[in-house]
Ligand binder design. Sequence first.
Ligand SMILES: *Cc1c(COP(=O)(O)O)cnc(C)c1O
Length: 399
Amino acid sequence: MKFNPADQIQDLQYFGEFGGVNPSISDSSTYTFLSAKTMFDTFEGNAEGCYLYSRHSSPSNLYLGEALAAMEGTEAANVAASGMGAITPVLLQLCQSGDHIVSSRTIYGGTYAFLKNFAPRLNISTSFVDITNLEKVEAAVTSETKVLYCEAVSNPLLEVADIEALSRIAKKHNLQLVVDNTFSPLAISPGKLGADVVIHSLTKFINGSSDTVGGVTCGSQEFINSLRSVNDGASMLLGPTMDSLRAASILKNLRTLHIRIKQHSKNALYLAEKFEADGLKTVYPGLKSHPSHELYKAMMNEEYGFGGMLTIDAGSIDKANALMEMMQENNLGYLAVSLGFYKTLFSAPGSSTSSEIPEEEQKEMGLSDGLIRFSIGLDNDIHRTYEMMKSCMLKLDVL
Ligand SMILES: *Cc1c(COP(=O)(O)O)cnc(C)c1O
């Protein structure tokens, strides 16, 4: 049967300590042992099911990790305090001084800043490439390259990575393919398409209520164990640990992710088609005009659609700002960064989330001044929302 990530989550069954329908929250940083020998074995990683100290693992964090591993179809997962708290330990675990990374040039601003400005301090260098140009990707690989890094659907330009083709390049050159799947949970399963490591910022769609930050790394048991190693694991030693209370609340939200993603996708497709028909420059992977529409279709778990993210070009930064302010005044959404909320969020990436990227490079990659990034919400009547958005656009001469 075809892999369906939501079914994998649904099949997991947990009970609380007193028969509760939700697992009990582990409210402890440290754990007792009946024998000193078991404590020693746990330190050595040889006591399955025993907990030692909550920076290493806790029952609540393991439940959430298990559910996310099931969702991505990987052996194991490790949750983190934020998306960046998942990304940076992965890169530092896979690379050491002298190593090289080939990365997509259109990635989350924080990841870009880490690779561009921080990793060089540790003598780890990065070549940024157009990830949709497979020849350029392969040409950037050197004998020092250890990691091929990309986002399944990129931020903010919604470029789509050909994960199977990238995985062939990675295997040929003995690289680890690391894919950030934050924009396309459920819809794309990078681990099933050949990615070695799949990362999410849980802050976005997966938690979905914009009340916490969180992250996860999904991969082989061996790699997840290495991240958690008390001797040299980057997650263990850098300490980006998620709190157990948060892990429990994110796990509950994960249970409704499939319903939310379908609604986000349905609403975003509706608006994208309308905006494009109105003559706005619209980017959405679900539109036939999107350069990677067919590729996305070939990779997707169909019922989850093309995701909740779209961009339009309002023509100039002034028009973009005026439109966002007017839409907010009309309660159509919030002028805010981040994504995956039940309400629509919009921002101008050039001057916000992607401002780490120098202006010249922004131009080169097609990140225009007037670009507005939308994370479309769970609106009940999306046609009504469209009519209200259109009236703002007409008033401001955007249309
Ligand atoms: C938000 C985001 C991150 C960073 O996650 P945080 O939870 O904010 O640390 C990484 N990648 C992508 C694609 C994101 O959207």
